[in-house]
Design a protein around this ligand. Structure first.
Ligand SMILES: Nc1nc2c(ncn2[C@@H]2O[C@H](COP(=O)(O)OP(=O)(O)OP(=O)(O)O)[C@@H](O)[C@H]2O)c(=O)[nH]1
Ligand SMILES: [Ca+2]
Length: 554
């Protein structure tokens, strides 16, 4: 077939084939009209010729037209193609740098046993293997409360101390993938109960620790030691935990003080702008490139169980029997041995206490008198420093926000006082203490009687400790936040302890990703949109005007 183009008439003449005498294709703008002069062709062969002709004409036409109308057409397409290539390179490079190293998520695990005076708890933590130096990454994934009392209660059958941990350690084996067992560190930290036992009998406390050590070593984890941590460590690690979980270190914002109330000791820890006069209350940290001068003190014997013994011993020495205790509900009555109170190393043996073997403990339910009785276990009379909390212990004025956890939370939450003012709390607590014991038992049939009987005392003790002891005045009361967990992880010293021992809180700020996550996502989305637009533009340039023409012809 032969096609001849005549500029003059803007026409193509197509030579004849076997059956076509002539075809004249005429172009007017984008419409192609074709005249066939046939002699003896089938309709099919005419159509076939038409399609051939159409393709040829259109292609020639487009090229000619584009060249004529837009001499920049080819360079423009090349330029856009280069832009797309560069865009793809930029996207890949950003993703590589931001997510370096690109690896599937791998978790590591750590186990900490909190061997408290009243009970032991096993905490399992998990973090992303590649991000151990970024704050806010370690999370608690499991907590197991060991049945029975704390390990210090096994002083007369030390071998049972280790065995008591079995159920929770078996749970840990289930929770942590087997292939991580050998590299999962396990730490046991014992607190005030063991400090008291060590005071009473150092050799027995060593035997208890050996018992738990031997037992923990039978597990496939990476055993890292069982020891009694100091009160200063307990305060410091609790402070690290709450600030780590609140992301205060990473964001370099004001830190939060930590208030921990256990069964046998209580800790107060906060950053003070004032000089910490007593060296034993001063800790210095450099975390993520920032210096922290922290005040901390742990009051041994001022956990809520030991404080109750102190208060009862105090009353036993000064009152007649039966002991009418204003911190217990009216109608409450319990036979007790004097030994149950006097055997504690916190209660210094007094002849008045040993003169009776048993006594009846009767509730008198009076908030005001209870407050007076509780105040008597604090010594406010001597202070050799600029200012003291109680018992001659230096304390600067409380500053900033505080997280109050453990028994501070259990008690205030039960009494529904977590969001009340100090005055409202006193008022409500007074009413609660004077509620008859029978009524209390009826209202809370599912709560352990031992806990239930002690909430009045515990509530008054907490208010007295915070207001009279630490000097949280009415206006500072709102700065105390009663908390149990932060983002799913328990507030307590265990997380801070593990972070410290695994070097997961560096002194200097780790290299941050080049872009914050939000910036990274925005850039990736914008680049992708730009690429799509360029791609569409390119397609349009390649296709047009062919696409437009085909519409008319078809
Ligand atoms: N009401 C209530 N009290 C609790 C609960 N758990 C623990 N307690 C009591 O609260 C007090 C403090 O508990 P913990 O913080 O576990 O104390 P601990 O760690 O054993 O003691 P330390 O070694 O002094 O820190 C103890 O008197 C416990 O008996 C709870 O769920 N509800
Ligand atoms: Ca504790």
């Amino acid at each position: 077939m032969q096609i001849i183009y005549s500029d003059q008439f803007s026409q193509w003449y197509v030579g004849t084939g076997e059956c076509l005498d002539s075809i004249v294709a005429k172009r007017q703008q984008s419409v192609l009209s074709v005249n066939f002069a046939t002699s003896s062709c089938s309709v099919r062969s005419v159509q076939a010729r038409f399609v051939e002709l159409w393709l040829y004409v259109i292609q020639r036409d487009i090229t000619a037209e584009m060249k004529e109308k837009n001499p920049w057409h080819r360079p423009l397409i090349i330029f856009i193609a280069i832009l797309i290539a560069l865009g793809i390179i930029a996207l890949v490079a950003t993703a590589v740098v931001q997510n370096k190293p690109l690896q599937p998520q791998k978790y590591k695990y750590g186990i900490v046993l909190d061997a408290g005076s009243s009970h032991t708890a096993v905490y399992i933590y998990r973090w992303q293997a590649e991000k151990e130096n970024n704050t806010g990454m370690v999370q608690q994934i499991h907590e197991c409360d060991v049945k029975g009392k704390g390990i210090s209660s096994y002083s007369s059958s030390v071998e049972r101390a280790g065995l008591s941990l079995r159920e929770c350690m078996e749970e840990a084996k289930e929770e942590i993938p087997i292939w991580r067992h050998r590299e999962t560190p396990v730490y046991l930290g014992a607190t005030a109960g063991m400090r008291l036992l060590r005071k009473e009998n150092a050799s027995v406390s060593d035997q208890v620790l050996s018992s738990v050590e031997g037992f923990l070593q039978t597990y496939p984890f990476l055993y890292q030691g069982a020891r009694i941590i100091s009160g200063q460590e307990e305060g410091a690690y609790g402070w690290i935990t709450v600030n780590y979980l609140s992301d205060n270190f990473h964001k370099a914002r004001a830190t939060m003080g930590a208030l921990d109330l256990g069964g046998a000791s209580t800790q107060i820890t906060f950053v003070s702008q004032q000089q910490v006069e007593s060296p034993e209350n001063s800790i210095y940290f450099r975390l993520y490139g920032k210096d922290y001068h922290v005040y901390t003190h742990s009051f041994l014997c001022y956990g809520k169980d030991q404080a109750l013994k102190l208060a009862m011993a105090q009353q036993l020495q000064t009152s007649d029997l039966p002991l009418r205790d204003p911190c217990f509900h009216p109608g409450y009555s319990q036979e007790r041995t004097v030994e149950s109170v006097s055997s504690s190393p916190c209660v210094s043996g007094s002849p008045a206490l040993s003169s009776h073997a048993n006594f009846t403990h009767v509730g008198a339910g009076n908030g005001t008198l209870c407050h007076s009785a509780v105040r008597r276990i604090f010594n406010f009379s001597h202070c050799e420093w600029g200012r003291c909390s109680f018992n001659g212990v230096f304390q600067p004025p409380v500053e900033g926000q505080f997280g109050a956890f453990s028994a501070f939370y259990f008690v205030m939450n039960f009494l529904n006082l977590t969001s009340d003012t100090l005055e409202e709390s006193k008022e409500k607590l007074g009413q609660y203490c004077s509620t008859p014991w029978a009524e209390i038992k009826q209202s809370y049939p599912h709560i352990k009687e031992k806990y239930l009987a002690e909430y009045c005392f515990s509530g008054v003790y907490i208010l007295t400790l915070l207001e009279d002891g630490y000097s949280f005045t009415s206006d500072k009361w709102k700065d105390i936040h009663f908390i149990k967990k932060i983002g799913g992880s328990a507030a307590g010293w265990t997380l801070g302890y593990m972070l410290n021992l695994t070097n997961m809180i560096p002194a200097e700020a780790p290299d941050a990703p080049p872009l914050p996550h939000a910036g990274y996502v925005t850039i990736m989305v914008l680049f992708s949109l730009l690429l799509v637009v360029l791609l569409l533009l390119c397609l349009k340039l390649f296709c047009w005007p062919a696409c437009t023409r085909s519409k008319h012809i078809i």
